[in-house]
Design a protein around this ligand. Sequence first.
Ligand SMILES: C=C1C[C@]23C[C@@]1(O)CC[C@H]2[C@@]12CCC[C@@](C)(C(=O)O1)[C@H]2[C@@H]3C(=O)O
Ligand SMILES: O=C(O)CCC(=O)C(=O)O
Ligand SMILES: [Fe+2]
Length: 346
Amino acid sequence: MATTLSEAYRDHPLHLHQIIPLDFSSIRTLPDSHAWPHTEEDDDDNDHGAGSCIPIIDLMDPNAMELIGLACEKWGAFQLKNHGIPLTVIEEVEIEAKRLFALPADRKLKALRSAVGATGYGRARISPFFPKHMWHEGFTIVGSPCDDAKKIWPNDHPRFCEKMENYQKQMKVLAEKLTHMIFKILGIKEEEKKWVGSTKHSEAIQLNSYPCCPEPNRAMGLAPHTDTSLLTILHQSQTSGLQILKEGAGWVPVHPHPNTLVVNTGDILHILSNSRFRCALHRVMVNSARQRYSVAYFYSPPLDYVVSPFVLDDSFLPRFRPLSVKDYIGVKAKNLRGALSLISTI
Ligand SMILES: C=C1C[C@]23C[C@@]1(O)CC[C@H]2[C@@]12CCC[C@@](C)(C(=O)O1)[C@H]2[C@@H]3C(=O)O
Ligand SMILES: O=C(O)CCC(=O)C(=O)O
Ligand SMILES: [Fe+2]
């Protein structure tokens, strides 16, 4: 039985050409391999003001829990201020991400994710499901970042490791706080949430870079996806690009606000809540003027945890069949967009 995310992904190898990113520093025109077909919904101006934006919630607000519940039901996402993570911790991680992605391609490729690996430098794991390549490079951390960082900076990796490990520690605390609130909203019993706050959870950090693009309207930063996690906490640099699909409203931008983190619910919370909470389909658009960065922290139950909708009363009808986190990762590795339907009972 796999006990770590790395082991879970080992069973689902990718081909190396699905992992190696383009050397964006040398490209002046958009290659056909990176030109995405244009859709009509891309033309819509979905920036209609506050009413169509994901809510900004103050964690110190006495009504924060209720507001989080409403946001998860309506959007599957919200922006969080007064989250308790020191600004310096976030700034330092952004500096390290910029330092990493600014390196020449041959240095970054020293830490290329292997075909059976979960960690390291490379294209997004979802890449094989799309006919075109994304204008994106990523660095995935599962467990300690040091082995991969050492390959890139043989003598100068401790700074990167320290900043990432500190970020991971702080994010875990925030994720636990949010999970407790969310489980309270869902009326979840004590024995079902014992893993929260223990060391048994699964977690990963994804550093994302979206280089300036010569033809941003024909490119895609990160293709539409939902996160597999229970919840994801995202720091985005002060450059727009993230969009969330909202029924009836199309792709809605999530503009960055200073000192604010984006929180989105993932597939696992969607299942546990029996579809009460949305899992937001999201994507990232690129631009020609500014390189964009983001840092995503994914928080999930342990890999052997059986994910099944929380039973609330005798008349409760579960919409999903129970399966372990590891098995759900397996289902999604084979069928990205259809995974939730494949485990649906209705
Ligand atoms: C824990 C994880 C979620 C993730 C797969 C991973 O092991 C680490 C990378 C994560 C990421 C980041 C970019 C988008 C995404 C869909 C992908 O391709 O890799 C997510 C994965 C996910 O949520 O399934
Ligand atoms: O870059 C972003 O804003 C989003 C990144 C993302 O969706 C992810 O890492 O899963
Ligand atoms: Fe995501």
